[in-house]
Design a protein around this ligand. Structure first.
Ligand SMILES: Cc1cc2nc3c(=O)[nH]c(=O)nc-3n(C[C@H](O)[C@H](O)[C@H](O)COP(=O)(O)OP(=O)(O)OC[C@H]3O[C@@H](n4cnc5c(N)ncnc54)[C@H](O)[C@@H]3O)c2cc1C
Length: 414
């Protein structure tokens, strides 16, 4: 069969059109494949993220459920020497089940069966690790050695006699001194001596955030021998935390800029000189005089009271007029029946525990935050208000003097 030129031209046009269509289909299919590939990759990434989040959310839910009441056995899995007389104890649940999560700055309350002690001791130690590590806790304990005529610290010495594999009893993490992890406000952390433990945990929590706000960490020690967590501080620095090492009495051969940044204690003058401004949230933990000076100084500098958070490891030295809710703020008599002493409480006194200590009445106290229950005493007359809600409500007929104040005249049995 022979074709006319017109038919040949038509056929060629048809073939070419088919070719073009096929090519277009091919390109389109290729583009679709590319789109699909990209889409699949995005979907996989998204599934990965969702998966990560779900895994984390599940882990969090599981560990949230893992919050426990009363005492729980924890096993010491690792002990690390951090510096002179300071050891870190890594802890896991003895039953292998998840541990409860904690906020950076919170602490564990331990019941210690120290050799020679008549009854178990209750002591609190801040969690010094990263709250993101859900599987284990870390506390870092400074052994308090006595001087002439003064015995060693019982609880801290007991801790330092413990070995890996030993079991220790603890309550769920608690405490009101913690970092708000969602806040975008710039943060200033100050840790003096062993008071670095809660603020170290805070700094670690901050740097794990992709959108971390500016963070300054002032670390106070006497000299380079007292320096703790040197490697971790370097890592924090590398992650963007502005670490300032302050040595109040540096050794003669210390190199400024290497062993320390500032040859002075952490003071208000230093903060004012170094910080761009005071519009930050301050978290302080350290020796009594440092805390008293800094809190008063920051307030005088104009930092809002709500932006100054602090924790004392011993008797409170910072006195602020308490502002509990739903109570009168009037002076009231407190009768310490067993000691036969009556003292007047005023809002400037602080808690009932502060009043007792000022009167020379020794009350046992653990956390000083209403969580451990160590200071509970019978309240036989009158009523009290709480400065902050206790971790667990006190038993009927008792009160927790570390966080309560009188509502009118009260009688306590101590
Ligand atoms: C919320 C919170 C968090 C804490 N976090 C940490 C932390 O992370 N790391 C840490 O190391 N500590 C921390 N502490 C402090 C800790 O709880 C203990 O108070 C500390 O370890 C001392 O306890 P201890 O039993 O060893 O000393 P204690 O036996 O209670 O003695 C305390 C001090 O008094 C002296 N002393 C004892 N008897 C006498 C006497 N007869 N006369 C004169 N002096 C005497 C001792 O030498 C010692 O210096 C924290 C405290 C609180 C409240």
């Amino acid at each position: 069969m022979s074709l006319t030129p017109t038919q040949i031209t038509g056929l060629l046009a048809l073939v070419s059109a088919l070719g073009l269509a096929a090519r277009a289909c091919f390109v389109w299919a290729g583009a679709r494949a590319e789109d699909n590939r990209r889409l699949r990759a995005r979907l996989e990434a998204f599934q990965g993220q969702v998966g990560d989040r779900l895994t984390r959310a599940r882990a969090l839910r599981l560990s949230e459920r893992a919050r426990w009441k009363g005492w729980r056995d924890l096993v010491i899995t690792r002990i690390v020497e951090e510096g002179p007389d300071v050891r870190s104890f890594h802890l896991k649940a003895r039953d292998g089940r998840p541990l409860a999560p904690f906020e950076p700055g919170q602490f564990l309350t331990f019941r210690l069966h120290a050799a020679g002690a008549e009854k178990p001791l209750v002591r609190c130690y801040s969690l010094s690790g990263d709250p993101g590590e859900l599987g284990e806790y870390r506390v870092s304990v400074k052994r308090l050695s006595g001087r002439e005529g003064v015995p060693d610290g019982v609880g801290s010495s007991h801790f330092h006699r413990l070995s890996e594999g030993d079991v220790i009893e603890a309550k769920s993490p608690s405490g009101h001194f913690f970092l708000d992890r969602r806040s975008q406000r710039p943060v200033v952390l100050v840790g003096g001596g062993i008071g670095i433990t809660p603020v170290l945990s805070m700094a670690k929590a901050l740097v794990s955030r992709p959108d971390a706000p500016e963070c300054w960490l002032f670390v106070g020690n006497r000299d380079r021998r007292g320096k703790l967590f040197a490697t971790e501080l370097e890592a924090l620095k590398a992650a963007g935390v502005k670490v300032v090492l302050c040595h109040s009495r540096p050794e003669a051969d210390e190199h400024p800029g290497q062993d320390h940044d500032e040859a002075q204690r952490v003071s208000l003058d230093l903060l004012r000189r170094v910080l761009p401004d005071g519009r930050r949230r301050f978290h302080l933990c350290g020796p009594a005089p440092m805390m008293a000076d800094l809190v008063a100084g920051l307030e005088a500098w104009g930092v809002a009271e709500n932006d100054i958070l602090y924790e004392a490891f011993g008797p409170a030295t910072v006195k602020r007029a308490p502002t509990p809710t739903g109570m009168g703020k009037d002076a009231a008599d407190v009768v310490f029946a067993k000691s036969g002493k009556t003292r007047q409480w005023t809002p400037a006194t602080g808690s009932l525990l502060d009043l007792a200590e000022a009167a020379g009445i020794a009350l046992e106290a653990g956390c000083r935050a209403g969580n451990c229950g160590t200071c509970a005493i019978p309240l036989t007359e009158g009523e009290v208000s709480y400065l902050s809600p206790p971790g667990e409500p006190p038993e009927k007929g008792t009160c927790l003097p570390c966080v309560c104040v009188p509502r009118g005249r009260v009688v306590v049995q101590s």
